[in-house]
Design a binder for this molecule. Sequence first.
Ligand SMILES: Cc1cc2nc3c(=O)[nH]c(=O)nc-3n(C[C@H](O)[C@H](O)[C@H](O)COP(=O)(O)OP(=O)(O)OC[C@H]3O[C@@H](n4cnc5c(N)ncnc54)[C@H](O)[C@@H]3O)c2cc1C
Length: 195
Amino acid sequence: MMLKFNKNKAYIFNTIQLYRTDRYKYLEQLIKAGRSKDIYIGVKLVRGAYHEQEIQRALEKNLVCPVHTLKENTDKDYDDALELCMKNIDLVSVCAGTHNENSSKKLINLIENYNIRKDDDRIYFSQLLGMSDNISYNTSKAGFNVAKYVPYGPVKDVIPYLIRRAEENTSIAGQMGRELQNIVTEKRRRKSIKS
Ligand SMILES: Cc1cc2nc3c(=O)[nH]c(=O)nc-3n(C[C@H](O)[C@H](O)[C@H](O)COP(=O)(O)OP(=O)(O)OC[C@H]3O[C@@H](n4cnc5c(N)ncnc54)[C@H](O)[C@@H]3O)c2cc1C
């Protein structure tokens, strides 16, 4: 589809799950292929959902585990993938689907270091509606592009989906406390202005 439609800019995006041990290499190959075939590359970078199930399935079927089992290895591949995209920004459009504060900061720094405009339409940050609003609102206010991902559908399907997403946000364990604290502090500030 990229070969067919990404001739003038990236319209077709592939999701890349960086918890997979082979995906950083895949991204390198994809970029190489983009250069040789003269097409633009679109990627949504995520760490990857259903991590535990991937490990379980590999164990049950006696397969080589396809995913990293150390969180720091997933984190490294994710951040390296962001850097690779920024290095190749002439070719690559990227949507960073993450609730991780460090990766979001990393992307902000990369955009600055590579002298890319904050609102360059090849780069989007993205978080789920109702999750990590502190990241979405602050990056947006600072002038970066942000897309809120809106899951919709029957309540019986959407609620289990959202619960799974909330459970997967391991980095949020610490962040959630900070996010709540920010809300409490802001409420106090507003009350103090009123009185
Ligand atoms: C806008 C948006 C779109 C998304 N779209 C998709 C999609 O299309 N496909 C998809 O699969 N997911 C998707 N996700 C979910 C995503 O893959 C992550 O599960 C989720 O965002 C949590 O990761 P994080 O980067 O936000 O932060 P973190 O909380 O820092 O990372 C948690 C993730 O780290 C990984 N991890 C956890 N423990 C370990 C460990 N022991 N070893 C190695 N790795 C570990 C897992 O991937 C886990 O989900 C999307 C998320 C967002 C925000």
